[in-house]
Design a protein around this ligand. Sequence first.
Ligand code: NAD
Ligand code: TYD
Length: 342
Amino acid sequence: MRYLVTGGAGFIGSNFIRYIFKKYGADAQVVNLDKLTYAGIRENLAEYEGQKNYRFLQGDIAKIDDVVEAYKGVDGSGVDVVVNFAAETHVDRSLMEAGTFIETDVHGVLVLLEEARKHAPKLKRFIQVSTDEVYGSIESGSFRESDPLNPRNPYSASKAGGDRMAYAYAQTYGLPVIITRASNNFGPWQYPEKLIPLFVTNAIDDLPLPLYGDGKNVRDWLFVDDHCAGIDFLIERGENSETYNIGGGNERENREITARILELTGKPESLIKRVADRQGHDRRYSLNTDKLAALGFRAETDFDEALERTVQWYVKNEPWWRAIKERSAEFKAYYDKQYGKR
Ligand code: NAD
Ligand code: TYD
């Protein structure tokens, strides 16, 4: 299989490429198109650089020339599958500046789809990686794929735009699109602005853990390998034009996650710092995953064990996150702006 993976220098994209190479080895060819924004780290996949079935291309999914080049594949022969992970992904950043979210998460998807039209009917799949956040918040019960979308922040609104644009291209032009809506991912190589890696690395350094509001917001946690396995499964077994929820079945309040991180790092509760809530903070995300289960897939990783493994990964890979937190001027400026006066 010849893959075009976009955003493959980010958290989930890099885990996905590693997953594919581990599973399919030399049978897989991967082009990784990534703009290398603040969140893109090419070295995440250093082990594959120079391999003849891997090609890294620095470029923007919203720029047609970059996209045309990427669709040529590793060796000019084209691609069979596109998996679009490329996105601006952090809700808090979308509250500071939303324009780049529209540019990448909506317009970028459009550019990728337009180029896909030129490669149909040879293209087998176009996976648009969407998110549970497009449904908005739910107090009780769980969202099904058929539920209306009700995004409540600029990040989720732009992801909903990309999600529906992909659907529109499936309906209008018959492109082989599948849309996935996954819940909150965690695992190795997650940029340390997101809850789990931020709190783990702050705890290691005895820095405050800035818990928003009452800490009772609920997220459903999905180990990143389960997300990758779900996408791989859908490339094989999913139906075109369909949308599939990929949930972990691990709903936890943020304060529970925080307490567990402190336990695992052996740090005191006094590190918890209650700070002003996020504006428009979605209270709870929850996915009904029956549709994917009916096809034969379920996320299998045990949450507690995976969280422990994840914490250990950050303990063992200090140079990776210190390069970001201590040496990136961009990260420091963001951190000051986000948490400085909070
Ligand atoms: P990330 O922020 O870690 O990585 C995003 C990657 O996209 C980076 O490498 C960045 O350089 C690249 N990128 C950004 N703009 C680009 C552009 N215009 N052109 C090319 N590359 C660009 O994000 P992530 O957590 O790995 O998320 C990947 C995808 O999964 C996103 O589409 C996100 O919406 C979706 N998703 C994430 C989660 C989660 O919990 N992290 C849950 C559900 C869905
Ligand atoms: P985050 O990792 O940003 O993911 P998302 O907002 O996409 O779900 O946040 C997860 C939860 O953790 C969310 O309810 C907000 C909360 N949170 C904090 O309490 N403090 C923080 O510093 C961050 C980054 C998140």
